[in-house]
Design a protein around this ligand. Structure first.
Ligand SMILES: [Zn+2]
Length: 200
């Protein structure tokens, strides 16, 4: 499939209701903008910037269609977090102004990324079991095509280890109870630090 703004817009529309169904948080895409860029030739780079309400996707995501829907679901969850929990953005700004970023993890980041990863995994179990990542051996010269590609199931090894760790904390401590997990967005960072801080 070809990654274009129109195509990604359709995928976003399809996946947004699923994110709401699973998370209980509602997206608001009225003012959202989609940008397609060539960030990195091997990356499945996707992002959502809550300050600008912009989704960005790498021009080639190296995923099959179901895999792509997982990634979109993750970014949509970020939109839902910031759109349905209005104080979250202010909390993030305050944290950045106050914190010594080198010192420790940002517990708000642990919550937003851990929960988006949890939702991504829930989407996979429920709707997108066939999600796959494309692996390739070499790039064909002068093109954006790759030779010797193969598809493998999309698993945690393609996810950030921290994201997986935080998703597992949410899953294990709250047993997937969405009311409890969604109420974490109201907590301040010291309370979140108790949940996500390194356990001795
Ligand atoms: Zn994320």
């Amino acid at each position: 499939m070809k990654i274009t703004g129109n195509y990604m817009g359709d995928v976003i529309e399809e996946v947004a209701p699923l994110v709401k169904e699973i998370s209980g948080l509602k997206t608001n895409l009225e003012k959202s903008v989609i940008k397609i860029r060539w960030f990195n030739e091997k990356s499945n780079y996707a992002s959502y910037n809550p300050f600008e309400d912009v989704f960005k996707f790498n021009k080639n995501l190296f995923l099959n269609e179901e895999g792509l829907k997982l990634i979109v679901g993750h970014e949509l969850m970020h939109n839902a977090q910031y759109k349905s929990k209005e104080k979250l953005l202010i909390k993030q700004i305050k944290y950045f102004l106050k914190s010594d970023e080198l010192e420790e993890i940002n517990p708000l980041n642990a919550l937003t990324e851990g929960d988006a990863t949890l939702i991504e995994k829930n989407l996979q179990e429920k709707f997108f079991k066939g999600a796959k990542r494309t692996l390739f051996k070499r790039r064909l010269p002068f093109t954006n095509s790759f030779a010797n590609s193969s598809e493998v199931p999309y698993t945690d090894k393609f996810r950030s280890p921290n994201y997986v760790k935080w998703a597992n904390i949410l899953k294990n401590e709250f047993g997937g109870d969405r009311d409890k997990i969604n109420s974490l967005y109201e907590k301040d960072y010291n309370q979140l630090k108790e949940i996500f801080g390194e356990k001795k």
